[in-house]
Design a protein around this ligand. Structure first.
Ligand SMILES: Nc1nc2c(ncn2[C@@H]2O[C@H](COP(=O)(O)OP(=O)(O)OP(=O)(O)O)[C@@H](O)[C@H]2O)c(=O)[nH]1
Ligand SMILES: [Mg+2]
Length: 259
């Protein structure tokens, strides 16, 4: 399926203009500003992660999965028990969606520019730093299993933008995904939203227009930047599809745009 980027109404125009209108120079400034705020940690960790991957050990994000409070800014992130608290430092790109939607697989693949499927459900959090050409992004996935969903909402205020992932072939659970998505969008009416209509490789996958409808995306707020991508990761090791690359580029632009 040739995947595409769908945007809606006014939000579409605004987002487009902002991305196009923003000169590279200006964008770079924003990025530099972000780095000054202490994102070097993130970069250093990312390098360590890459090394691990090359050595064929556990992936960065798997290593960083843990229960309880995220400690991604600290050098030794280990398992801790409750309480759950939002991270206090840099703003992150939140990656949410029901269990099994494909969040971790997407993050691994975006980090490597190569497909890498996740083998295990995320138990708690999964923090991933990804370098782009002139930027660096910090993603925070929160597990989609029931016990973790109650903590999604409290991370919204710390989010730069929200990536919401759905399994496009899991028709039965689309209403549930919609319910959670709308709870999130109602709690924060302006946070930019990027929806991944994922697993487009599956025969049963709904096309993005159906996903748009099933998730009620026309009702998530007129003041919000909204994007919808049809995505998939297929064979481990293969290059990520161009739509995934497009999504990554867009996310980098959006993240750099946030003051
Ligand atoms: N067919 C297909 N399967 C996929 C795709 N992406 C991920 N998967 C599979 O879907 C399953 C769940 O993927 P994960 O990335 O662990 O899903 P998740 O959203 O992180 O799940 P939680 O961490 O439990 O919230 C794994 O078996 C993946 O291999 C895809 O594009 N197509
Ligand atoms: Mg996961």
């Amino acid at each position: 399926v040739e995947m595409e980027n769908m945007k809606k109404g006014k939000a579409k125009e605004v987002a487009k203009e902002k991305i196009k209108g923003k000169g590279k120079e200006e964008r770079r400034k924003v990025v530099e500003k972000g780095k000054e705020k202490g994102k070097e940690d993130c970069r250093r960790k990312d390098k360590e992660q890459e090394k691990k991957k090359v050595q064929g050990k556990e992936t960065a994000s798997e290593k960083k999965q843990f229960k309880g409070k995220p400690e991604i800014e600290k050098s030794s992130s280990t398992s801790t028990a409750i309480p759950l608290e939002p991270p206090e430092k840099n703003k992150q790109i939140l990656v949410l969606g029901l269990d099994g939607a494909g969040k971790t697989s997407i993050l691994h693949s975006l980090a490597l520019n190569r497909v890498q499927h996740s083998k295990e459900p995320t138990q708690g959090f999964n923090a991933v730093c990804i370098d782009t050409e002139d930027n660096q992004m910090e993603f925070l996935e929160i597990g989609g299993s029931e016990p973790f969903r109650s903590s999604w909402e409290m991370y919204l205020s710390k989010g730069l933008l929200l990536i919401f992932v759905v399994d496009s072939a899991d028709h039965n659970r689309l209403p549930e995904a919609k319910k959670y998505l709308h709870q999130l969008t109602e709690a924060n009416p302006i946070l930019p939203l990027v929806v991944f209509a994922h697993k487009q490789d599956l025969e049963a996958a709904y096309h993005i227009t159906d996903i748009h409808e099933a998730l009620g995306l026309s009702e998530v707020g007129n003041d919000r930047k909204l994007f919808l991508f049809g995505t998939q990761v297929t064979t481990n090791g293969s290059e990520i599809p161009s739509t995934m690359q497009d999504a990554k580029d867009l996310i980098a632009h959006l993240a750099a745009d946030v003051p």
